[in-house]
Ligand binder design. Structure first.
Ligand SMILES: Nc1ncnc2c1ncn2[C@@H]1O[C@H](COP(=O)(O)OP(=O)(O)OP(=O)(O)O)[C@@H](O)[C@H]1O
Ligand SMILES: [Mg+2]
Length: 485
């Protein structure tokens, strides 16, 4: 048996050598051409191969990824051998077609075959670029008579569907910028990320229903506005300025926005950005369908510009001002951050404005930029003028409508006899939704809804009393000052 096989192989090899030696080059070309033609009569199928990596810089082919997702979602019903991957502990298994497996698909009554295979490239003795161990490819086979429908419609359908499924299944990410000291090598990591899993939604957000609905509408119009933005010649982006006292839900709203639109979040820490060019590099690295957030913009940088610097030089920063700062927690936060950032970040106001609406801001598309601040009046007018930050949203102290949302979320209460008293007190005093929520949270298993509501009433009364005393003291001081001339 082995001797027969080896003599057959030797015979074939001899025939090939004779063919190579005795047939002239042109004749060999003709023979190959006609044999292929002959084959196409016997085998009337066309094959297209999609490789995993593009030829340039080993980048993964987008078409391959889309096809993989498309086949993955369809093949689980038909393929006999599947590959299982666990993405995360609490996620279901992701099943894809195994290597060397074949599945069929039908499009407009036309049948096609998809097969997966892989090649292992020869090891490079020396290379600067890491070489992928295996390269996979998908082979699409279809009948010659279906050439038109497949090349003109089917492939486009597969790529579009694959991308849509990937968007639907993707795990959203929360990025934060690394300090430039940690950018290394040709594959520098400017952003690092974790999975974004914040549960906040617009339903759980406590604020006036009308305002909430308005914001949701605005976001939906933006995310569906690709053609509109192209038509009016504007970059597909929108700026929001969220302002209000601490604990009124600015950060929570950003998470709710990301969950509502299914976007990633880039939390940009400006104080670690060295200069404007670094800011631009960071921006280029962000992807579409994302929210870029700069929190506490008034603390991040000296965005009040040159005016403030000259003021400080003139010695305008008097003692009274300083003692005020010591009292006010927001100013304290601001001055601490200012001190820390002095000389560290050279990002300028103009650099930031360029980031918001300069030429570079258009790359990527479909992006929302959100600034938050506790003090809107401390920002430079250039930063908040109309057209720059498209929408200004004030998040304020808890109103009764907002309280109702919190009571429903925290205590599953839609009404209660104590609601009337709470409505009255909320109208007379200022308490942030964060503080209201804190009071509504049961502190032990023994506490019921009524205990929580009573605690809130007590807290509201204390706040009201403190505010009354403060106002009295201020009035007294003003009276004294008037008397002293
Ligand atoms: N409007 C709101 N609806 C629901 N929960 C809220 C709301 N505002 C605040 N909270 C609760 O209070 C906590 C603090 O809120 P959040 O961090 O969003 O406030 P903030 O406005 O960003 O404050 P800061 O100005 O200090 O950053 C949140 O974890 C959330 O549970
Ligand atoms: Mg916040």
């Amino acid at each position: 048996m082995w001797t027969q096989l080896s003599s057959a192989i030797t015979g074939l090899m001899l025939a090939w050598v004779m063919f190579e030696q005795y047939f002239p080059y042109q004749l060999r070309g003709y023979l190959q051409k006609y044999s292929q033609k002959l084959m196409s009569y016997v085998y009337p199928y066309i094959q297209i191969t999609f490789h995993e990596f593009t030829s340039e810089r080993l980048k993964r082919s987008e078409a391959f990824s889309a096809i993989q997702t498309y086949i993955g979602s369809n093949s689980t019903k038909t393929a006999k051998r599947l590959k299982a991957e666990v993405v995360r502990n609490n996620q279901p298994l992701v099943l894809t077609m195994d290597d060397y497996e074949e599945v069929t698909d039908v499009f407009n009554g036309v049948k096609v075959w998809w097969a997966s295979s892989k090649t292992v490239p020869k090891k490079q003795p020396f290379s600067f670029h890491p070489v992928a161990e295996e390269r996979r490819q998908y082979r699409l086979t279809f009948h010659t008579r279906d050439r038109e429908v497949i090349t003109e419609k089917y492939i486009e359908h597969v790529l579009k569907e694959g991308k849509a499924i990937a968007v639907k299944n993707r795990q959203r990410k929360l990025f934060t910028n690394n300090s430039s000291e940690n950018w290394y090598g040709w594959k520098s990591t400017k952003w690092s990320h974790v999975l974004f899993e914040h549960p906040a939604t617009f339903d759980s957000l406590a604020m006036e229903t009308k305002m909430k609905e308005g914001i949701k509408k605005d976001l939906t119009r933006f995310s569906n506005g690709k053609n509109y933005y192209a038509k009016i010649g504007k970059a597909w982006k929108r700026g929001y300025l969220l302002y209000g006292p601490p604990g009124t839900g600015k950060s929570t709203m950003i998470s709710a926005m990301a969950n509502f639109l299914d976007y990633d979040i880039y939390d940009l820490e400006l104080t670690t950005v060295k200069d404007n060019s670094e800011l631009r590099k960071l921006l280029i690295e962000t992807t579409g369908k994302s929210i870029i957030v700069i929190e506490d913009i008034d603390c991040s940088l000296d965005l009040t510009g040159q005016r403030k610097k000259t003021k400080e030089k003139d010695g305008d920063d008097d003692d009274d001002d300083k003692s005020d700062k010591e009292k006010d927690p927001i100013s304290k936060k601001k001055s601490e951050a200012e001190k820390e950032n002095k000389n560290r970040s050279k990002v300028t106001l103009s650099g930031l404005l360029n980031f918001i609406d300069g030429i570079w801001s258009a790359c990527g598309g479909e992006r929302i930029i959100v600034f938050t601040t506790n003090y809107v009046d401390r920002l430079d007018p250039a930063l908040i003028r109309t057209g720059r930050m498209d929408k200004h949203i004030e998040l304020s102290y808890c109103c009764f409508e907002a309280f109702q949302v919190l009571a429903k979320n925290y205590l599953e209460l839609k009404s209660h006899e104590l609601f009337g008293k709470i409505e009255e007190l909320l109208g007379e005093t200022k308490m942030s939704p964060a503080d209201v929520a804190e009071n509504l949270m049961p502190k032990s298993d023994e506490e019921d809804e009524e205990d929580c509501l009573k605690r809130l009433i007590k807290a509201l009364e204390t706040t009201k009393e403190e505010a009354r005393k403060k106002a009295e003291e201020a009035a007294l001081k003003a009276e004294e000052a008037a008397l002293n001339g």
